[in-house]
Write a protein that binds this ligand. Structure first.
Ligand SMILES: NC(=O)c1ccc[n+]([C@@H]2O[C@H](COP(=O)([O-])OP(=O)(O)OC[C@H]3O[C@@H](n4cnc5c(N)ncnc54)[C@H](O)[C@@H]3O)[C@@H](O)[C@H]2O)c1
Length: 347
């Protein structure tokens, strides 16, 4: 079958990563771009030799028969309306994370996808990292035994994005929904997607989005310079699951510590796994051993879209369907509720 052709809706920062993936990946290609600010689409297209069609409206793209699937790379508060629109026109959808702003809106998206009979993929790209695949292989081979607890963190010393990201009305939250979502999701996936029972979080807003002179500012494309900062700058919590399993996480945009790139520690009854640097820890006949794993090929965005092309072609099920996005949304919203009330929240 020919390549699966994508339209990209929203042409800001993450759209660029998707465009490179579409350029480099097997069985996938970009057909066109749409942004509600046309110059954003034109600028991105310019970085790719103006190869692609620029659409004037979302509807024009969504009725284009050459396009099989769309990537929704718009700010979080735009996920729900754009998803509902794309589903209405029957396009397969890659929706950036998080799913949306609330569990209720998420349920509408799940229903809309079902009704339209479309395939979906959440932009939970950490699940597509080569090391996560390697960890899953070891788990499925039984090398870790039962994985009963995961500790994970993704920390920026200073890295609060500007613009809509810091405005809760538009983002739904700060580093929990922006960064924590990736490691919480990957941990949940590696644990075998157990049913969540309860959550407890502590969120802080102590440093906000202030930058010292010497640190480069993370900027978002959609930024009129007047957005309020109304989200946490760090979050620390625990999620418990059926069977007594648990995930403990930390995520920050601003925290007086070291930068940590999505570290994970998996504790299993027969072995453990540490990501960054990646090693498998096991008790063997000779005693305790540590095995270093070497990365497989490919970046997560390319592997993610290549995988979705196979889903669209009917060769496999989606690894990150919208239903998983909803389950993660329930956890995220529960964590925010817990941080607000100071209480443990049942999911
Ligand atoms: N998977 C990842 O690793 C990752 C990384 C960064 C961002 N993201 C997610 O990607 C999404 C976009 O983030 P970003 O950093 O690219 O933001 P951004 O502000 O850089 O870009 C957003 C773009 O969307 C456009 N836009 C807004 N509403 C639109 C609409 N209704 N229709 C068409 N265009 C619209 C804006 O004009 C802007 O060009 C967010 O949901 C974010 O959480 C994911």
């Amino acid at each position: 079958m020919s390549n699966v052709r994508f339209g990209v809706i929203g042409c800001g920062n993450i759209a660029r990563a998707h465009m490179w993936a579409l350029k480099n990946g097997e069985g996938i290609e970009c057909y066109g771009l749409y942004d509600r600010i046309k110059e954003h689409a034109e600028k991105l297209n310019g970085e790719f030799d103006n190869q692609f069609k620029i659409f004037d409206t979302a509807e024009e793209m969504l009725t284009c028969p050459e396009i099989d699937a769309v990537i929704l790379a718009v700010p979080n508060y735009q996920h729900h309306p754009m998803f509902m629109l794309a589903a209405q026109y029957g396009k397969h959808i890659v929706c950036e994370k998080p799913l949306t702003m609330s569990v209720e809106l998420g349920k509408e998206m799940v229903e809309a996808a079902k009704k339209a009979g479309i395939k979906t993929q959440m932009g939970l790209c950490t699940r597509f990292e080569p090391f996560v695949d390697a960890m899953m292989d070891h788990i499925q081979a039984g090398n870790l035994g039962e994985v009963y607890f995961i500790r994970t963190e993704i920390l920026r010393r200073r890295g609060a994005p500007t613009g809509w990201f810091g405005n809760k009305e538009k983002s739904g939250g700060g580093p929990l929904i922006d960064l924590g979502v990736h490691v919480i999701d990957a941990a949940w996936y590696l644990m075998g997607k157990p049913k969540p029972v309860s959550v407890k979080a502590l969120n802080y807003q102590k440093i906000e989005n202030k930058y010292p002179k010497d640190v480069e500012i993370y900027s978002s494309y959609e930024n009129d310079g007047n957005e309020p900062y109304t989200v946490e700058d760090s979050t620390h919590g625990i999620i418990t699951f059926e069977g007594g399993k648990g995930i403990m996480y930390q995520a920050s945009w601003s925290l007086n510590t070291d930068d940590v790139e999505d570290r994970m520690e998996l504790y299993g009854s027969k072995g453990g796994f540490i990501k960054n640097p990646c090693k498998l820890i096991r008790e063997e006949v000779s005693g305790m051993t540590e095995t270093t794993l070497f990365s497989r090929e490919g970046d997560c965005y390319t592997r993610q879209l290549e995988d979705f092309a196979r889903v669209v072609k009917g060769e496999k099920e989606s690894r990150t369907p919208v239903e998983d996005g909803l389950q993660i949304q329930k956890i995220l919203n529960g964590l925010y509720e817990s941080a607000r009330t100071g209480k443990e929240v049942e999911i």
